[in-house]
Unconditional design. Structure first.
Length: 74
């Protein structure tokens, strides 16, 4: 499985999400993305293995961290 990106609205939101994911053992990297490719105009994202996406989304939802589109195949 390749890499996926969870889009985030801001750099600070991405950093908060990165810490939350790290706390459950998910390694991610903050990347800049072209806002025109997301529905909400998100300019940052968290790149991680697509195999971690389901756990990552559950973690972000549980911690009430807002995120945008998921880019990539999962």
């Amino acid at each position: 499985m390749g890499d996926c990106i969870i889009a985030m609205k801001s750099n600070s939101a991405a950093r908060t999400a990165e810490r939350a994911l790290r706390s459950v053992g998910i390694s991610s990297t903050i990347v800049g993305i072209d806002p025109s490719i997301t529905r909400r105009g998100c300019g940052f994202g968290l790149r991680m293995s697509c195999s971690d996406i389901n756990t990552a989304v559950r973690t972000l939802d549980r911690k009430r961290i807002t995120y945008g589109d998921i880019i990539g195949s999962y």
